[in-house]
Design a protein around this ligand. Structure first.
Ligand code: ZN
Length: 96
């Protein structure tokens, strides 16, 4: 079976790595009840919105296949933060 890296698009020739990202709303087990909430208004506002979109507000999962090099790049900066005060080369040599 042949796999393609979801990051660089190349066929994975060595070890394949799976990245699973699980995003979920933080919940401490309690719900603050606001007595001023208008349930009918919430129902009107969400009417017609597919349940899958509403569910994505509280839970979403992603799964990606990565080649070894893309796994290293992803692991080094998974949140794709701006790297300040670092001299990053324009091109990273292949590991092979
Ligand atoms: Zn790759």
């Amino acid at each position: 079976m042949q796999f393609t890296c979801d990051r660089c698009g190349k066929v994975i020739k060595g070890q394949r790595y799976i990245v699973k990202i699980h995003i979920f709303a933080d919940f401490d087990g309690t719900i603050d009840v606001d007595e001023n909430i208008d349930i009918d208004e919430i129902i009107r506002k969400t009417d017609g919105i597919p349940s899958s979109i509403l569910e994505e507000e509280i839970h979403k999962e992603f799964t990606f296949s990565l080649c070894q090099r893309c796994k290293e790049i992803f692991s080094a900066n998974p949140l794709n933060k701006i790297l300040e005060n670092m001299d990053v080369p324009d091109k990273i040599p292949p590991t092979e």
